[in-house]
Design a protein around this ligand. Sequence first.
Ligand SMILES: OC[C@H]1O[C@@](CO)(OC[C@@]2(OC[C@@]3(O[C@H]4O[C@H](CO)[C@@H](O)[C@H](O)[C@H]4O)O[C@H](CO)[C@@H](O)[C@@H]3O)O[C@H](CO)[C@@H](O)[C@@H]2O)[C@@H](O)[C@@H]1O
Length: 603
Amino acid sequence: MDHPHIHYTPTPLLLDNLKTYIMNKPLSSFLTLCFLVLVYHTLISNATGRSLIDGILLPTQKNEQPYRTGYHFQPPSNWMNDPNGPMLYQGVYHFFYQYNPYAATFGTIVWGHAVSYDLVNWIHLDPAIYPTQEADINSCWSGSATILPGNIPAMLYTGSDSNSRQVQDLAWPKNLSDPFLREWVKYAGNPIITPPAGVKDDCFRDPSTAWLGPDGVWRIVVGGDRDNNGMAFLYQSTDFVNWTRYEQPLASADATGSWECPELFPVPLNSTNGLDTSAYSGNVMHVMKAGFEGHDWYTIGTYSPDRENFLPQNGLKLSGSTLDLRYDYGQFYASKSFYDDSKNRRVLWAWVPETDSQEDDIEKGWAGLQSFPRAIWIDGSGKQLIQWPVEEIESLRGNEVKLQNKKLTSGTVVEIQGVTASQADVTISFKLEDLKEAEVLDTSSSVDPQVLCTERGASSKGAFGPFGVLAMASKDLKEQTAIFFRVFQNQNGRYSVLMCSDLSRSTVRSNIDTTSFGAFVDIDPRYNEISLRNLIDHSIIESFGAGGKTCTTSRIYPKFLTYEDAHLFAFNNGTQSVKISQMSAWSMKNAEFVIDQTVKSAA
Ligand SMILES: OC[C@H]1O[C@@](CO)(OC[C@@]2(OC[C@@]3(O[C@H]4O[C@H](CO)[C@@H](O)[C@H](O)[C@H]4O)O[C@H](CO)[C@@H](O)[C@@H]3O)O[C@H](CO)[C@@H](O)[C@@H]2O)[C@@H](O)[C@@H]1O
C-alpha cells in the first residue's frame, strides 16, 4: 500500500494575526511583516524542511477552518478516531491513532503515528501500521502497546481480515535504535487470536496493554460480547505469541452490547502517582474500564492474578445501569492510558468525535480530535478517579488575567477580558454561603443528571445556580456555551452539586448535535469551594469540575467565524449571590505540529 499523502497546514492563529495587522497598519506593517515572515519561514523550514509558501497557498486557513484546534492533537487532515498504543520509549512519547488517510469519514483504517518530547508539541510521522496481511487487509483497528523485558515495545491490535472477521495481530518495531520507531514489522503468523466459539466475528476487538502476573504469565483483555452481553475476554500467554483464553471473562455486564477498548490497570491508594500495568501489591486497587453505549465506563475494584478475577468494590456490577462512573460525561470515547515512568504517572487519552454532520466533515476535510492528555489517579476517598491535564500544558500559557473576591449578584454577567477567548485555559472557584435557600430536589427516586441539565439549562433560574462561565460566546450572547453548577438540597437536608455543559445555545447553525451533558460532583458545598477549569480550544471545551472529579468534554461549532470575536464571561443566574474567590485565565499559544522530514508521503 502506498503511504497516504499528508498536507502541511500552518497554524491558523499566527497567519490571521498577521492579516489583521497588515489591514490596520498598512504602512508600518510592511517591515514588521517581512521580519515575521522571515522568522516564521526559518522556524518552519527548520522544523519541517518545507517552505512557508506551500502553507500560504493551501486553502485551509482560518475563515475556512474555524474549528481546527490550536493545542489539541489532530492530524493535518482526514478522519481520526481512537487513540492507540500510547507509550514512552527512549525519552520520546509515541501516540498512534485510528486514521483514514484518504477521507474525512470512517473507512479503511491505518495507525497514524506522531511523536513528542513533552505531550504538547508533536511531530507527525508516516502511518506505522497499515493493511498488508490477510489478517488485517480490511483495516488495522485499535490496540495497545506493551513494553516487554529488554525495553522492546510490542503492539497488539485488531485486524479486520479478508473475511471482515475481527482477529488480534502482533507487530513490533523494525529498528529499536530509532527512538521515533518509524517502521513496524508484523508477526508472520498473524492472527495470533481469533474469535472464540459463540462470539460473532464482528464483536471481538481492541486488545489491552498486557500485564505480567507474579507467575510470569502475560495477560490481556479483549472486548466483545456474547448474546449482547458485553465482556472483557481474558487471555494468557508465556511467550506473547501463543495466547490461551481463560474460561471466565475478567468482567462482563448484561445487555450492554459489545465492549470496546477494555483496560485493566492498577492505581496506588493515597497517591497521585501512576503504576506500571504489571505492578501488583497490597496497597493497590485496579480500574476496569470499557466502552459501550457510546461512553467509557469504569469501576474500581480488586484484581487477583491468583484467583484470576476482578471484584468491583462495594459489590457493584460493571454496567451502564448500576454503575454511574464515567471518565467523562461528554464526548470522550475509546480511551487508552499508559504508564509514564519518567514522571511516575498514568496518562489518559480519548477520542473526541465530531458532533456536526458528515457533510460538514467532508467540507472541513477532517474529523475527530483527541482530548488533551490527562494525568489520572484515585481520589483520596478511593471511590473514584481524578483527571487533570498533564502539567506540561502550562508551557502554552501566555498572559494571565486574575480576579479575586468578586461577588456575583443575581443576574450578573461579567466579561473576562484580556485573554484570547477562543484558545484559553480558565480556572475559577466559587464560594457559597448560607445554603439553606438552595433549591429542593426530591432524590427519593433516582435522578438523571443529564436530564436535569437539559431541563434546567443556563437560562433556568435557580437559587444557588446556575453559575459558572459562558465560553465561546458571541458579544451579543446569542451564541454561548454555558458550563455551570447548580446546588440542591434534598428532602433530608443533604446537599448535592450538579455540573452541566449546556450546549443548547452553542451555535445558531442547524444540523449540529447540541445535547447538553451533566453529572453530580462529589463535594459538600458547605465546606468546599466549587472549582471549574475549562480548556477552550476553538471547537472543543474540556471542563474539569472540583479539581477533576467530574469532567465533561463538549464539541461546539459557533457560527461567528472570526475567533477574535469570541468572548468569555462569568455569570450567575441564580437568585442568590455567589462569590468568585479566585479566577485565573490564560491565553493559550499554539502547540507545534510539524511533519517529520522523513515522511515519504509529504515529499
Ligand atoms: O476504528 C475502529 C476502532 O474503533 C472502535 C471504537 O471507537 O470501534 C468503532 C466502530 O465504529 C466506528 C463508526 O461508528 C460507530 O461506532 C462509534 C463508536 O463506537 C459510534 O460513536 C457511532 O455512532 C457508530 O456509528 O464510526 C463511523 C462514523 O461514526 C461509522 O461508520 C462506524 O461504524 O468501528 C467498527 C467498525 O465500524 C464498529 O464495530 C465499531 O463500533 C474500536 O472498537 C475499533 O477497534
